[in-house]
Structures are given as C-alpha cells and as structure tokens.
Design a protein around this ligand. Structure first.
Ligand code: ZN
Length: 310
C-alpha cells in the first residue's frame, strides 16, 4: 500500500514536473523512463503460476494480471501496462491455455498500470470488457477523466473499444465461472474489487482481488474537499468496510507487493507468509483506513507524529 502510494505519487510528480509532452512522442503508450520511472521495475519478468485451483497469476513482477479458467472459457482481470500486454498473453499460453478462450476481461481501476494492456488482450482474444460506468468511460477514453484524484497527472493508455457497463454486486459469468463485482471507489471513483471461489478437489476457497485503496492525487487535489469528487472520503470508508467483510481466504491485489502476493505464492507457508490467510482482507482494509486518515491529517495541516504511536 505504502509502496503503491509512493510509486503513484512519484509518477504524478515526475509527469507534472516536466515529463516529455505526450504530443511530442512517437507513441504516447511507449512510456519513457522520465514519464514512468517505475515501469522498468514493474515490468521485470515473473513466471506465470497457479494461485489456487483454476486461478493463475499471469502478470509481471510488479503488476498483477489474474486468469480464472474453465473448460468453457476464461476470465482475465487487469492487463498491466501497454508494453507488457504481450507478456500477459505469452503467460496465458505458457500455462497451456488459449488466449482466444479468454471471453471476458475485468479491471480493478482505469489507470495505465492496470488497464494499459487491456485493449491489446481484447484484440488478441475477442473478449468482452466489462466495467463500472465511471471506469467504462475512462477505459473508452484511454486515460483519466474528471473525478479521478490523479486527473491531469497520470499517463494515458490505449483506449478500449467495447466496454459493457456493470453494476455493484453484479455476477459476471463465463461458463461455470462466476465473479462478483464489488464497487470499492476512492482511489478512483470507479474502482472495483472482485470475488470468486476456486476449488482443488473438494477444497474450495474464497479469493478476493481487492482494488488499490491508496489516497494518491495530482497536485492541488484535496480528498477532504474536492468538487470533482465530493464523496471521496466516504467512498474510501465504505470500500474498506466492503473489503473487510468479504469472505476472504486468499487476498490478491493489483500491485502484488501491497499484499506480499509473490512472497506468499513462493513460500506458501514454508518460511514465509502463508498464501491462505483469512485476515488478509481486513488487514488490507485497516492499512487503507490508516493511509486515508494520514492523508486527511496532512490536508488539514496536522504534522505527522515524530515517532510511531506505541
Ligand atoms: Zn492507480
């Protein structure tokens, strides 16, 4: 969470502080190091692997993409940055699945680091893309739209041609797969978390892909009083409650480090954090609440404590 906040702030700062103007670039989606200093680290390779049952990690080292499979088609959540879409597709194939069998693509939130590769995967697969009304508008535009706390400071991404609008609580189905949308705004007004069950034999677990909950913004934006996004603080609080109340055996997050996901996958209980952890979602929600409280203190001019409270 902290890392995500730092990363997003760094990007916002670099871009606002004099990144190369987008119009001057050959392709606005080949981000330069000046525009995205973290993209190189995010793009480091990560072997695709099973998370549990029919759920697989097909993202990069720093950005998640999650594949849920069935014999009647697959669902992909998130596409990482534009330059890594081919890697996501290669990972799907490396696991023995056909990208053409991806029938539905979902998204956590419509920022370049999670939605940037979706247009390319949609072209390769012919899949339908589905998102909340606000996210669908941002996906169609290929960038942030008013109401986004990072509006004006975050990178554009390839627009997504066909996006179906979905509602909170809607169950998205492909064959036997059923993923439920939980609208969890705050980081963006359209942010969405996803929950589903995966089974190994008779053992079925609840998986949650919880959207980013970091209060990151462009310079000048105040979560405490934004005319463009007046419900931001309430939304964060509501989202934390939603996430902590979800049945949650395995927590997945758009930035894997926000939930130690890769460490948990590697260790799976052996000398490391356990993959299955029913407290994962409530801890994630608690971290989000603290980050929002700290941000609001800063907006109200309260100095940060000199040493952590005991
Ligand atoms: Zn974001």
């Amino acid at each position: 969470m902290t890392a995500h906040r730092t990363i997003c702030l760094a990007i916002a700062t670099i871009f606002a502080a004099g990144g190369v103007p987008l119009a001057a670039q050959a392709s606005p989606f080949q981000y330069t190091a000046a525009q995205c200093s973290y993209c190189a680290a995010w793009s480091e390779p990560e072997a695709p692997r099973r998370v549990f049952g029919n759920t697989y990690y097909v993202g990069t080292h720093g950005l998640s993409a999650i594949l849920v499979t069935s014999d009647r088609g697959h669902i992909l959540i998130d596409g990482t940055i534009p330059a890594m879409a081919d890697s996501v597709i290669a990972h799907i194939r490396a696991l023995g699945f056909r990208v053409e069998d991806v029938k539905l693509i979902l998204n956590s939130h419509a920022h370049f680091d999670h939605a940037g590769g979706i247009a390319a995967v949609q072209r390769a697969s012919g899949a339908e893309v589905a998102a909340t009304k606000w996210s669908a508008e941002a996906l169609r535009k290929g960038g942030s739209i008013p109401g986004d706390p990072q509006y004006g400071s975050i990178l554009p991404f390839p627009p997504v041609a066909n996006v179906r609008v979905i509602a909170d609580g809607q169950v998205m189905r492909v064959g036997p797969l059923a993923l439920t949308a939980h609208v969890t705004p705050g980081h963006t007004p359209g942010g969405t978390s996803w929950s589903w069950q995966s089974c190994e034999g008779v053992r079925c677990l609840d998986l949650v892909y919880a959207d980013s909950q970091s209060p990151v913004s462009a310079d000048g934006f105040l979560f405490s009083k934004s005319r463009a996004y007046p419900t931001a603080v309430h939304d964060f609080q509501h989202s934390a409650t939603t996430i902590e109340q979800l049945p949650c055996d395995i927590l997945l997050t758009p930035h894997p480090e926000a939930s130690q996901l890769l460490d948990r996958l590697a260790a799976n209980g052996h000398n490391g954090p356990p993959l299955v952890d029913t407290a994962g979602c409530s801890r994630y929600a608690a971290t989000a609440r603290k980050a929002v409280a700290k941000r609001l203190d800063a907006e109200h001019g309260k100095p940060a404590p000199l040493r952590p409270p005991r």
